[in-house]
Design a protein around this ligand. Structure first.
Ligand code: ADP
Ligand code: MG
Length: 370
């Protein structure tokens, strides 16, 4: 695993990153940053939500800006107002320790254009915009793109599904011919591929981060220390605080899965079990109920839950810690999908807290004691 320093990120940014609690590059950052710093080639970075794509393009973008020039040098297009604001804020935080200031402005629909006209009349090196509003501002000559060097299309798939295809084409056509294009997206649907084929270079460099390798920062890792005999009650308390949210409870053994399932069912919780002894038909039935959210809680062994892809899992409970530390990652990765937050909570004895420390070191996970 490389450090930000090894990726070529300069010290002032590393200081800002540290203050943002970002100390270790995510995979997309590791793959994108050195390439974008060194090359003028077009680039496609595909990675799921929550993998740190903003810094993956933001850091090289900021490092390539010439702060002495007041012209717009970079343009970031994003699908929504919230996203534009979020990106601008992220970049602003990254620039905190720079000696030569870089100015980032976010412009989007739904806000008085006069405010944005005034904002853009000040020196601005990076503009973050929704496609529609940018075109509006270009038509009013509020900004020009003649010094533009880089265009970033963030959440490109989302921009297309929101119907920004024509706007994107207009902007890409109007940008200077040697503008470098960086496209970031969670998926590459065929409509997006068409846009890529039309507007991006033949030698575009593409990197992909596969699902399993993602560092998911949306998972909150917790542990709770209790005696074995009180565990069931604390787990029930936790489930109650989650209201009717969907979750998985992991046990190490089949026997423990069966026992816990019966205990919870006897207290009228909508739970069912999945483990290796079940017939395929029974497993399918349980999984169907779980996926359709008719069944709220699934109690499972590690192996039986492998590959389960259910959206909207609010939590993962580790009723028993897994045999191997890597299993902890597989288990906790069941929650916090598609950009949603999730909790992964271990119920452990005092003696087992050393296993939590082990996960912290080995898996680079920070746990919160609750
Ligand atoms: P994406 O655009 O891929 O959905 P973001 O760039 O919005 O992801 O980042 C998601 C969250 O992860 C943000 O809160 C961000 O500050 C944080 N983050 C980014 N990079 C890292 C990292 N290397 N380590 C830890 N957290 C990170
Ligand atoms: Mg993003």
């Amino acid at each position: 695993m490389a450090t930000f320093n090894e990726l070529g990120v300069s010290a002032q940014f590393i200081q800002a990153l540290t203050e943002m609690n970002i100390t270790k590059p995510s995979e997309i950052q590791e793959k994108a940053i050195p390439f974008l710093l060194k090359n003028q080639q077009d680039f496609i970075g595909q990675a799921q939500t929550g993998t740190g794509k903003t810094a993956a393009f933001g850091l090289p973008l900021l490092m390539k800006v010439n702060p002495k020039s007041n012209e717009v040098q970079s343009l970031i297009l994003a699908p929504t107002r919230e996203l534009c604001q979020q990106i601008a804020k992220h970049l602003f935080k990254l620039t905190k320790h720079l000696t030569a200031k870089i100015f980032v402005e976010a412009v989007y629909g739904g806000e008085k254009i006069e405010l944005q006209l005034r904002a853009l009349s000040r020196p601005t090196q990076i503009v973050v915009a929704t496609p529609g509003r940018l075109i509006d501002l270009l038509e009013r000559k509020a900004l020009n793109l003649k010094s533009l060097r880089t265009i970033v299309l963030d959440e490109a798939d989302e921009m297309l599904s929101m119907g920004f295809k024509d706007e994107l084409s207009t902007i890409l056509r109007q940008s200077p011919p040697n503008t470098t294009k960086w496209l970031f997206s969670a998926t590459l649907p065929s409509a997006l591929q068409k846009l890529i084929d039309t507007y991006m270079a033949k030698d575009t460099h593409t990197v992909q981060v596969k699902k399993a390798e993602i560092v998911n920062n949306l998972i909150e890792h917790q542990y709770f220390v209790c005696e074995e005999r009180d565990k069931l009650n604390y787990v029930i308390q936790f489930i109650n605080t989650m209201n009717a949210a969907t979750g998985i409870i992991f046990c190490r053994t089949k026997a423990a899965v069966q026992t816990l399932t019966k205990q919870l069912q006897s207290k009228n919780y909508e739970v069912d079990a999945i483990h290796g002894d079940l017939q395929q038909k029974e497993r399918d039935k349980v999984m169907r109920a779980f996926k359709s959210h008719k069944l709220k809680i699934l109690v499972a062994t590690d192996i039986s839950a492998r590959g389960i892809d259910v959206d909207d899992l609010a939590y993962v409970i580790h009723y028993q810690l897994p045999d191997m530390p890597e299993y902890y990652t597989h288990r906790s990765g069941r929650t916090a999908r598609a950009g949603k937050r999730g909790i992964s909570i271990c119920f452990v004895s005092q003696a087992e807290t050393k296993r939590i420390n082990e996960y912290t070191k080995l898996l680079n996970i920070i746990f919160r004691k609750v």
